[in-house]
Design a protein around this ligand. Structure first.
Ligand SMILES: Cc1cc2nc3c(=O)[nH]c(=O)nc-3n(C[C@H](O)[C@H](O)[C@H](O)COP(=O)(O)O)c2cc1C
Length: 197
């Protein structure tokens, strides 16, 4: 049995179609998918800021990216900031990044289902996002997510074009799943790669 095609087809391209638009109603579907993620005690820590290419929110998020990510992310149709609310009226909330991660994974898999591509970005300045958007102190920006349509890699600088075609690799399960004693593989060593099962 293979992994679900949604999971197998997801990848993180840098070649986005700089003319493509993704509508607010499509983004609502992606954000609904995120909304239905599990979270610790149903605390729902995930928060998002959304910008569409050409608007001020997009520009503010783009300006917070590290230069290396700015070389490609400006052609995305949408830039989202994924943030965590670290406390609520009852005090600090546990496992907030875990909750955001589950929400973002729902979002990116929903994007695959709709024929879109996504690329998550940790290389940005949370402080720049805070300053640009008045993010409150109890909320911490964690990740930027580029959403759009796969584009032509000819638009990329040479080094990034080469990376676009590198095989996707993962550690074998033998290195990560154990039974009986930590370090004893639960599965015999063999390559386990959804693109090359
Ligand atoms: C939290 C997080 C931060 C990331 N930060 C960056 C980044 O700053 N720049 C970048 O080009 N890719 C970034 N990536 C993308 C990863 O490099 C990519 O997911 C990984 O190499 C696996 O490739 P795949 O998504 O195509 O399977 C990030 C991914 C995650 C989940």
């Amino acid at each position: 049995m293979d992994v679900n095609p949604l999971i197998a087809k997801r990848w993180s391209p840098r070649a986005f179609d700089g003319a493509a638009e993704v509508s607010s109603s499509t983004m609502r579907v992606l954000l609904e998918a995120a909304r239905w993620a599990a979270s610790h005690g149903n605390t729902q820590p995930a928060r998002f800021l959304i910008g569409y290419r050409g608007d001020d929110t997009f520009e503010g998020i783009f300006a917070a990216l590290r230069p290396g990510n700015q070389t490609w992310a400006g052609r995305a149709s949408v830039l989202l900031v994924g943030a965590v609310a670290e406390s609520d009226e009852r005090g600090p909330m546990p496992n907030t990044e875990f909750g955001l991660g589950l929400a973002v994974q729902n979002l990116v898999l929903q994007a695959v289902e709709l024929g879109l591509v996504t690329h998550q970005i940790g290389g940005f300045s949370p402080d720049a996002v805070r300053a640009a958007f008045g993010v409150p102190d109890h909320v911490r920006p964690v990740v930027v997510i580029a959403v759009g349509v796969l584009g032509d890699d000819a638009d990329l600088p040479e080094d990034l074009r080469a990376r676009e075609h590198r095989p996707r690799v993962r550690k074998p399960l033998a290195d990560t799943v154990f039974a009986g004693h930590w370090g004893h593989p639960a599965y015999p060593p063999r390559e386990s790669n959804p693109q090359n099962p």
